[in-house]
Design a protein around this ligand. Sequence first.
Ligand SMILES: *Cc1c(COP(=O)(O)O)cnc(C)c1O
Length: 392
Amino acid sequence: MSVLMPTYARIDIAFEKGEGPYLFTGEGRRYLDFAAGIAVNALGHAHPKLVAALKSQAERLWHVSNLYQIPEQQRLAERLVANCFADTVFFCNSGAEAVECGIKLCRAYHNVNGNPERHRVITAEGAFHGRTLATLAAGRQEKHLAGFAPMVEGFDQVPFGDADAMAAAVGPETAAILVEPVQGESGIKPVPAGYLARLRQIADASGILLFFDEVQCGLGRTGKLFAHQWEGVAPDVMALAKALGGGFPIGACLASETAAAGMQPGSHGSTFGGNPLAVAVGNAVLNVILEEGFLESVARHAGGLRQRLEGLVDRHPEVVEEVRGEGLMLGLKVKPTNLDVVTALREAGLLTVPAGENVVRLLPPLNIESAQIDEAVGIIEQVCAELTESGD
Ligand SMILES: *Cc1c(COP(=O)(O)O)cnc(C)c1O
């Protein structure tokens, strides 16, 4: 058996270094990286400011434990809070942990408010919230749950984008509604316009919490700092991870003061969460993403890329059926098997990620430039032409 537990069907490529939007193998082959570690390398590879922050922190202090003050962690929390609905942040190491913290926080909120029966969380079909036992139960995907019964109790699910179904599913034991403003893993699906506002009304009317999982769509990916800000609808709780460390593992659960009422010293913890290395890089990531004009430039490049991709749908309808997504979180719904398209693109030098509903995910670094967008579109065009020929 492989010494690495065989939980991934890995592609036979090992990269040796990265530079901006490019990855290089030991043999010197160059790839344009529109996978970005699955929306993690938001500023590309080896960004000089991130490298400098990590190096300088590494020479001073790596880890101290959350038993002590960590000023850079405090600063990262203050900056996140200053830029969204939240009042308070818990740092952890991954997306699943950020969602887990949020689930616990929702249960604790109702418990401290005298409604301990309110423990259930309602999610949307197609959801992906992580691979821990509770986040698997939240996502409720057969393929992820198979073999791991019994499923953690306390999760319900309704059809994607259906606010009426959500309203109908809220009962006396409901604690919270948990959704991704743009579903990632299940195929780059933005929720319908007006949906988040309806969820806000439903949550307010029933005294439950609204929890957004922005692990993939947050931190500038859609052209606003947080995807829900497009709709102007604030949640009570939000999970972040992927892009927050630009490749250094860090996650965060953000909440309003009201929602976090049940969290006390001792109610949650993480040995590594928000350690000095992680928060030094997190602050460096925010330095770039919060720079004047950065998000506008993401939105501008996203518009350009999207328009070019729509052109592909017109020219190669037998390969690309539809372009979907928001900002630089884009999906191509393809006609051949998405894995075949991802493979063909990779062989032509462009890295992408498969997603549900036969979608090819395009998740370029947020600081992508027009020249690389041209290069990517050129590769996709060429691969579409090849696939059309081979399909005839
Ligand atoms: C990736 C992802 C997660 C899980 O993050 P991990 O860091 O792999 O635990 C949770 N929610 C969403 C929306 C994600 O895309």
